[in-house]
Design a protein around this ligand. Structure first.
Ligand code: 1PR
Length: 596
């Protein structure tokens, strides 16, 4: 019997879904005895090294787990399931790992890249000498290195096991390069196989890998030796890493006027059909007569994007300000249905905050997020609450005598309460699971007008030669889907949420939303340069070239964003995801392409 070890922190639902989709049955490990009964064991996980090892020890799993591994029965670890095999991790100094693989897991350096690494990267098969070739990797479901097939897999992690030839020559199966760091993306020795990436979120390539492992016959001789042809060669970084540019399809979801949950799409966040010429002067009355645009059913559309090659799918509940009991949230069943069919990362946004059910039951943000992770989300996206949390962060910094420091990244620990949604969810699931969705709007300055010094660093000028030449503006953050302005600018917000523990920024633009005019590159650059975490550019995509533009550095040698999101052009079939990827490929960007 196949057993899955759920140590209680990660989203294991997607893995369970993929195993079911592949036609296999499994049971959850409920006690140390189950580890003795298992013939095959899968240890998945997102989360952090310390709590994972703590939970394994508290539940009495550590020794039976080591015994299981030593027995020669097949073990597969994913992400934290790989890292816990090592002796320890810099993420939790002093906490011992299982010690099956030599070495300590370390953190990525943010010097030349965003951390965490989030996205699709190549897993390069390392040639081995046993069996006369590199068939170990093929046996485990990787494409034959001699074929031209793509082998991109989905990674999301801040810590990695750096590849050290002297220690890992008999363990390395594939390596991956992020920035200038080469790390172990999969390892295998005897019965033990583990991946740093998430096969259950890696589309067809990932499902192939899982299938190969699930179909492998029983016990494998653990003494089998593997030797590298040239261990040093794989440790030398290539000139460029293999991380691809991510294309995210976004679905804004709400009930329409008939009460059906639909995908809608706005222009500057107005999701109702354009007004017929009308005599009424009452804007509200006119708005209520206009119908909510209906662009399709959420799960059907999401499945279409998965099959068309979207690297990630985001669902936003855009009427999240409406009160509803958590367990009745229609987005939960929507996610469950989507996660059963879609094997790329799913993000859910809207309403991730401390809430109170209509019957008075309090639901802290973490509990709301728990429900969404259980339903199949890989990340949650926080909008309005993030703005309020950053406002409070600045207020506490002032109380703590740090009011003169304008960069929240430098606020000391005293300014953190550990209680905001960002902090609690990030602590439980890891920073990579917390996206902050920013809804900024331009505020134009009159000629000669000085910006408020607080927001001065956020002022940009129209590009020479453009129709915006001579204009100056700053980017003000809003809440409740743009309905309310706040006195926080995008730089303050982006840095503030990074300080609180967010792992990614989803950067919308109310001015560009639904305009087809292209991404607001000044906004994107401003935010990208202000933070170390990945930024997803959003709003305004109208052509494939707009993606090429937003991924192209503005100055030679500079970085760019890792991901770009679009809605309208995909919904209206004005441009397909594959056309976007083809244009990127033609321009020299790495992309993930596969037949799902
Ligand atoms: O505040 O945590 O409850 O989250 C609410 C979430 O809902 C936020 O992420 C907010 O951005 C989103 N939202 C609220 N109202 C709207 C609206 O459109 N009326 N969606 C809305 C805005 C914009 C993107 C859009 C891109 C790309 N989100 O979702 O998909 O602009 O569009 P395009 O490619 O067609 O230009 P909380």
């Amino acid at each position: 019997m196949l057993y899955l070890l759920d140590y209680g922190a990660g989203n294991v639902r997607s893995l369970a879904n993929s195993i079911t989709k592949l036609g296999f049955e499994f049971q959850w490990v409920q006690s140390p005895e189950d580890l003795k009964k298992a013939d095959k064991l899968l240890f998945p996980g997102v989360g952090a090294f310390g709590p994972a090892m703590q939970s394994i020890r508290d539940k009495g799993y550590a020794e039976p787990l080591k015994e299981y591994i030593a027995s020669g029965k097949p073990y597969m670890g994913i992400c934290i399931g790989l890292q816990t095999l090592f002796e320890g991790s810099d993420e939790a100094p002093g906490v011992q790992g299982l010690g099956v693989v030599p070495g300590i897991v370390g953190s990525f350096s943010p010097k030349d890249k965003s951390v965490p690494q989030m996205g699709w990267n190549e897993a390069k098969v390392v040639k081995t000498r046993n069996d006369g070739g590199d068939q170990d990797a093929v046996k485990y479901g990787f494409p034959d290195p001699s074929s031209k097939e793509s082998s991109h897999y989905y990674f999301v992690h801040s810590y990695r096991a750096a590849y050290q030839p002297d220690k890992h020559a008999d363990w390395v199966l594939t390596t991956t390069q992020y920035g200038d760091e080469v790390f172990l993306s999969s390892i295998q020795k005897g019965n033990v196989f583990a991946t740093q990436f998430h096969p259950e979120k890696s589309g067809r390539a990932g499902l192939e890998l899982l299938r190969a492992w699930l179909e492998q016959p029983g016990t494998i001789d653990p003494s089998k030796e593997r030797l590298l042809q040239d261990p040093q060669q794989v440790a030398t970084p290539a000139p460029r890493d293999g991380l691809t540019k991510r294309i995210v399809a976004c679905l804004d979801v709400r009930s329409n006027d008939d009460g059906d949950l639909v995908v809608t799409k706005g222009e500057s966040y107005d999701v109702r059909e354009k007004a017929e010429p009308t005599t009424t002067t009452d804007a509200e009355a006119s708005s209520s007569k206009r119908k909510v645009r209906n662009l399709g059913k959420p799960v059907d559309l999401a499945l279409r994007y998965y099959l068309e090659g979207a690297d990630e799918i985001t669902f936003l509940n855009i009427t999240s300000f409406r009160s509803c009991a958590l367990q009745d949230q229609p987005m939960l069943s929507l996610l469950e249905a989507a996660a059963a069919k879609i094997f790329v990362p799913l993000t859910i946004g809207g309403g991730i905050k401390d809430t109170v059910d209509p019957d008075g039951t309090a639901r802290p943000a973490k509990e709301v997020a728990d429900a969404y992770f259980r339903a199949g989300a890989d990340k949650v996206s926080i909008g309005s609450e993030a703005v309020f949390a950053v406002e409070e962060l600045f207020a506490r910094a002032a109380e703590n005598g740090q009011g003169s420091e304008s960069n929240p990244l430098k606020f000391d620990k005293k300014c953190l309460t550990g209680k905001t949604g960002i902090e609690t969810i990030s602590k439980g699931y890891g920073a990579q699971a917390v996206v902050v969705s920013i809804d900024p709007r331009r505020v134009y300055l009159a000629e000669g007008e000085k910006a408020d010094p607080k927001h001065g660093p956020c002022v940009v000028s129209g590009a020479p030669g453009s129709d915006e030449e001579g204009k100056r503006w700053w980017y003000r953050c809003t809440v409740k889907g743009g309905r309310e302005d706040r006195d926080v600018d995008v730089i303050q917000l982006a840095r503030g949420v990074q300080r609180l523990g967010a792992g990614e920024v989803l950067l919308n633009s109310i001015d560009r939303d639904g305009s087809n005019k292209g991404f607001d590159r000044q906004l994107v650059e401003l935010v990208r340069r202000s933070v170390d975490i990945p930024v997803i550019a959003s709003s305004g995509a109208g052509t494939a070239q707009h993606f090429v533009d937003v991924f192209s550095p503005q100055k030679e040698g500079e970085g760019t964003v890792e991901a770009a999101l679009a809605a309208g052009i995909f919904h209206r079939k004005e441009c397909s995801i594959d056309e976007v990827k083809e244009a990127l490929l033609q321009t020299g960007f790495s992309v993930r392409r596969e037949d799902v």
